[in-house]
Design a protein around this ligand. Structure first.
Ligand code: NAP
Length: 339
């Protein structure tokens, strides 16, 4: 089997439905880590900072970012016990370090911090691509440091420390992708951390993760970027008409296509093979649809749309979406697209 649910060492599974902060509010009886250091405090990093503080997942929380503006916002928001631009100093006493930077910045950050990581500590990340990250980080890993990458399948189209919120990961999946030979205790600690942050956790190989996410997240984003780009380039339809008459379907695409350009550039550069493989299949299926329309194959179209409707129902039944006609988007931004 290429995936397995992570065991539950701390027995701390949270409520099934995503909800208010109160459903996550209880602090743990004991922190899971003495010091957690987060590097890169945008949407994901600052959401982690909030849930770590709320649930007391670490005795001490150190936040590090390269941007002065971000550091200023973190201080104003009173996030973290220490806020610093010095990545080496930030990781020195940490037993868990999580890289929350764009995928393309991971190797550069690792080069900066590697000499300062403590023996026995765990290095993790939240990148939307896993194979390339493991390949870049593993050779730089000092002896005695455990690499346990992860990907919370939760997000919004917003960026930066003000966009984060503590319930972002609640009842969303987090995929943990340990490389071959990873220490089981380190893997279990990372799984326990994500469960305590509210996520449901599964483990998978990095390459399988990249294939699954290519079809469930990366290709859909590419389609959204493409369709909004096509509409913007149409000469016969004015920009104001596109905005004025944007129907629900197009509005959904514009929301996805508003996602962070740096992050998504990196996703396509670093998950190239899986995305190209899925795009090949997508193009074949699109050609089949084109044929059905050309030949008036109403039964074929009806059958396909019936199957796709069933998939939507399963997603709702599994609590990953709501029935609401607005797709639950008024709900604190929690139903936004994820990477
Ligand atoms: P974000 O809001 O843009 O935050 C990234 C932060 O990292 C920014 O504050 C950025 O500073 C900082 N940074 C960039 N390079 C750095 C460096 N070398 N050293 C220290 N800090 C650095 O991005 P995000 O949405 O949180 O995404 C972060 C990671 O999470 C990405 O790997 C992404 O693939 C993954 N992820 C994202 C989502 C999502 O939906 N957004 C979901 C799951 C996973 P500047 O702004 O100054 O560059």
């Amino acid at each position: 089997m290429w995936w397995k649910p992570c065991g539950n060492l701390w027995g701390n599974r949270l409520a099934d439905s995503r909800g208010s902060e109160s459903s996550l509010a209880g602090a743990l009886p004991e922190p899971l880590f003495a010091q957690i250091t987060l590097i890169g405090l945008g949407l994901i990093g600052s959401s982690l900072a909030r849930v770590i503080a709320m649930r007391k997942l670490a005795a001490r929380l150190v936040l590090c970012d390269a941007s002065d503006a971000v550091l200023g916002r973190l201080r104003a928001l009173k996030l973290g016990d220490e806020v610093t631009a010095d990545a080496g100093a930030a990781v020195r006493s940490a037993d868990l370090v999580i890289l929350c930077v764009p995928v393309g910045a991971s190797a550069a950050v690792m080069t900066q911090i590697a000499p300062y990581l403590s023996t026995g500590s765990i290095l993790s990340d939240v990148g939307s691509v896993k194979g390339a990250v493991v390949a870049a980080l593993a050779p730089l890993l000092p002896e005695g440091v455990h690499l346990v990458p992860a990907h919370p399948v939760a997000g919004t189209e917003y960026s930066g420390p003000d966009a984060g919120f503590a319930t972002l990961f609640h009842n969303r999946w987090c995929i943990v992708t340990p490389p071959d030979g990873a220490a089981p205790e380190a893997v279990e600690k990372v799984c326990a951390f994500w469960r305590a942050a509210g996520s449901n956790v599964e483990t998978m190989t990095p390459s399988h993760h990249d294939l699954v996410l290519a079809i469930t997240s990366h290709v859909p984003h590419l389609i959204a970027y493409n369709i909004v780009g096509t509409a913007a380039d149409m000469e016969e339809v004015t920009a104001s008409e596109v905005i004025k008459f944007s129907a629900g379907g197009f509005r959904d695409f514009t929301r996805i296509a508003a996602s962070d350009p740096t992050m998504w550039r990196d996703v396509f550069l670093y998950n190239k093979d899986a995305v190209l493989e899925m795009l090949g299949r997508f193009n074949e299926d699109l050609a089949a649809l084109q044929r059905m329309i050309r030949w008036g194959d109403g039964d074929g179209l009806f059958d396909l749309f019936t199957r796709t409707r069933a998939i939507r129902r399963s997603i709702i039944e599994q609590g990953q979406e709501t029935q609401a006609a607005d797709f639950g988007r008024q709900d604190h931004g929690q139903m936004k697209p994820e990477a």
